[in-house]
Write a protein that binds this ligand. Sequence first.
Ligand SMILES: NC(=O)c1ccc[n+]([C@@H]2O[C@H](COP(=O)([O-])OP(=O)(O)OC[C@H]3O[C@@H](n4cnc5c(N)ncnc54)[C@H](O)[C@@H]3O)[C@@H](O)[C@H]2O)c1
Ligand SMILES: [Zn+2]
Ligand SMILES: [Zn+2]
Length: 377
Amino acid sequence: MKAVIYNGPYDVKVKDVPDAKIVRPTDVLVRITTTNICGSDLHMYEGRTSFEQGRILGHENMGEVVEIGSGVERIKVGDYVCLPFNIGCGFCENCEKGLTGYCLTANPGTAGAAYGFAEMGSWEGGQAELLRVPFADFNCLVLPPDAAEKEDDYVMLSDIFPTGWHATELAGLKPGESVAIYGAGPVGLMAAHSAIIKGASQVFVVDTHKDRLALAEKLGATAINAVGDEAVQKILDLTDGRGTDCGCECVGYQCCNKHGHEDNSVTMNSLVASTKATGGIGVVGVFVPQDPGASSDLAKEGKMPFDFGSFWFKGQAIRTGQANVKAYNRQLSRLIHQGKASPGDIISHRLSLAEAPAGYKHFDDRDEGWTKVILKP
Ligand SMILES: NC(=O)c1ccc[n+]([C@@H]2O[C@H](COP(=O)([O-])OP(=O)(O)OC[C@H]3O[C@@H](n4cnc5c(N)ncnc54)[C@H](O)[C@@H]3O)[C@@H](O)[C@H]2O)c1
Ligand SMILES: [Zn+2]
Ligand SMILES: [Zn+2]
């Protein structure tokens, strides 16, 4: 089969590799129909993770089940399924609680597993023609009958729509409240879409890319074209100096200051400053324990100069981490089915697998108009 392989920093290749196959009786084999490039892939693409050369990328996957293992009970050949990017077993202590982003079985020794992802186990990715799905009865979300028609919306259930929703959950957003979302990448845009569906009164989206901010406005949010202190001031001005009820971090450790230089503390300190006293801050942007490629010594050790005094004085709360996709994907699929959510509206490019290297480059360069890239193997 053809697959997108990580070949080294800023280098992905489409190669012929052995077909994915069923290994355990609880696996199914999926013929991938859509697989997305994610901002998380870019951390790997840029060589800023321990992702091994030669591995297949891709954790935002959907497709048709073409073969089932002998122990599979629920899933049938021909089902259209969307796969949560995190792999859960369904029976460990964390999966039992719905915390499938922190499965204790699928990546032994660590909490959390995913397809084609650094530090998340050896599972191959789905930017390929076929994908092996483990613990398939648990992991597969069988899609409604309009699966093919709304494919480009449903594929967003693999990651960014539940992740955006999770950001607003971690922040504690309630109907009628205001929220500032840092980052207008796909995840930030999905957090804005979620906040609006949840009935937020004011939704601010912070970034400096005009095309991405235009999408935020199309979703019904207020664009804040600035970063750092300038963004904070604009948000304070628009909230009577109080700040928003809560805030979301949707950028991660490669966030930039106003000069466009990486500084991993910018968004977290902006959030403390632009969130009201007692407000919640939800962090889904990825931060890492080690970052050898960082420019500062602190950041190399996964640390940052954080305004803890202001944070404490304001009595704020921070919650972080991977989205537990399975906690939300079924309900969000119903919003799509009923026409109440359309996460696919942010897609800018639909490419073939062969075009993946160009897709990675343009998306990584944040080229004008490259807001979300999906691949059709
Ligand atoms: N927690 C999870 O489960 C989960 C799931 C998916 C993605 N992620 C992470 O979410 C983050 C965002 O993903 P994405 O696909 O939207 O990525 P992306 O790289 O496409 O978007 C990030 C955006 O942040 C903007 N930005 C940079 N510095 C900023 C600043 N100081 N203030 C405001 N905006 C700033 C960039 O201009 C860019 O538009 C990544 O770290 C990704 O790994 C986490
Ligand atoms: Zn993703
Ligand atoms: Zn588990």
